[in-house]
Design a protein around this ligand. Structure first.
Ligand SMILES: [Fe+2]
Length: 411
């Protein structure tokens, strides 16, 4: 419950924050000379409208997950452009504040300072900033929509039996098929993943953005994933928003292994490997669902599991230390999308218990947080962090260097 309350608080505060950003941007971009008075009110209204694109998209997608594909992309492009523009404005104003401070400290700088202010606040300079924002959003969107490349990660595990040294896990997360990505994109992701010849392929949630009737044919290529021992799926918040019961029925009808607070055991090179998964904290919102689709519970997920290597799939990386204390040896997560753009990294990290992207250690347990294979459709842009198909190779800790020591020290 606490996690979901935090989630709601996040969107309430992000909506308020975006309104404050719009107010600041209006003041900084529009309410000064030489911007004509007649432009100011309509452009201010436009900025306030654009600032609410993410909230508007979220509400629409929550209640109407089958929004037209083009509308989602246009909305995403607008919100991306707005975010980059706000960053440019903050950067410009910080530089102007520095210039002003210098002019106070150094005699004779006043006229130079006035010229710099006039140039920076001119209409051509502001139009150039707008054009740069739109271009950066375009580049970021092209990067975000491309099929991701493979990232190879070695993870040292203390006590890993020699027989399991070299075990390969393909980790996919946050496919978000429907709102941003299509079936063709997914087919190529599946082809690249299968080419890695993994022992396991594990997907840590947010597969779908939309109901099975519409998204089913787009997501179907996921059934073509192949791994030597098993392919398994855990669920994320967007799978709940998209109708979890129908999706679980669909996936199971397709022959997929969907783990809801449960585990499956595999005999690998004579050793027992436990693949467990928990549900998502947003389950508390969906009370009509079966008990098996309720709140995440690691103890239930591990109930009856034999001794052996225990790998936990948890869409959200939070609570990794508790999961380690409950006997998990490795946690795979997603949800953060790596922060998506560099100026949001500290915020995303803070909202996810210090986790953002890459390899961490929670107590004695390594945690790998995928930056996402796909991403959400509200802001389809990546600047400073790429998407990835992750190929994890487990190594005996004796033979390899230590993983980073805490969530603050990402690999
Ligand atoms: Fe996601």
């Amino acid at each position: 419950m606490a996690d979901y309350a935090r989630n709601r608080m996040f969107f309430a505060s992000s909506t308020t924050l975006m309104l404050a950003v719009a107010a600041y941007m209006s003041f900084s971009l529009l309410w000064h000379e030489p911007i004509p008075m007649g432009w100011r009110i309509p452009l201010t209204a436009l900025l306030f409208l654009l600032s609410q694109t993410i909230t508007g998209m979220r509400v629409l997608i929550t209640w109407r997950p089958d929004l037209p594909f083009l509308l989602v992309r246009v909305g995403g492009f607008l919100s991306s452009s707005f975010m980059v523009l706000s960053w440019f404005v903050l950067l410009r104003d910080a530089l102007l504040a520095l210039t002003f401070a210098f002019s106070l400290a150094i005699p004779g700088m006043e006229s130079a300072q006035e010229q710099i202010f006039a140039a920076a606040l001119s209409i051509p300079a502001e139009l150039a900033m707008l054009a740069a924002s739109v271009a950066a959003a375009g580049v970021g969107m092209a990067r975000a929509l491309a099929v991701p490349s493979v990232r190879h990660v070695d993870i040292p595990l203390r006590g890993l039996p020699e027989d399991l040294d070299g075990l390969k896990i393909a980790h996919l997360s946050d496919l978000h098929i429907g709102s941003t990505f299509t079936g063709e994109w997914l087919k190529e992701v599946v082809r690249r993943t299968n080419a890695l010849e993994p022992d396991f392929t594990l997907i840590t949630g947010d597969l779908a953005d939309g109901k099975p009737e519409r998204i089913g044919p787009l997501l179907r290529p996921v059934t073509e994933l192949r791994a030597r021992y098993g392919v398994a799926v855990s669920v994320g918040n967007h799978d709940y928003y998209s109708g979890l019961r129908a999706w679980v029925e669909t996936w199971r009808a397709w022959g997929m292994t969907v783990l809801l607070n449960e585990h499956r055991e595999y005999s690998v090179r004579g050793r027992n490997v436990v693949i467990a998964a928990v549900t998502d904290p947003c389950a508390v919102l969906f009370r009509s669902l079966d008990a098996s689709m309720g709140a995440p519970d690691v103890r239930t997920a591990l109930e009856g599991a034999g001794e052996g290597l225990r790998i936990l799939m948890s869409h959200r990386p939070r609570h990794a230390e508790q999961n380690a204390a409950l006997g998990c040896h490795l946690q795979l997560s997603g949800h953060t999308h790596g922060g998506q753009f560099f100026f949001l990294f500290p915020l995303v990290s803070r909202l996810n218990g210090g986790f953002r992207s890459g390899l961490y250690r929670a107590g004695s347990m390594p945690v790998y947080v995928s930056p996402g294979t796909g991403m959400w459709g509200y802001v389809p842009m990546r600047l400073g962090v790429g998407a990835e198909i992750t190929l994890i190779t487990l190594r005996s800790a004796k033979a390899t260097p230590e993983a980073p020591a805490s969530p603050q020290n990402a690999a």
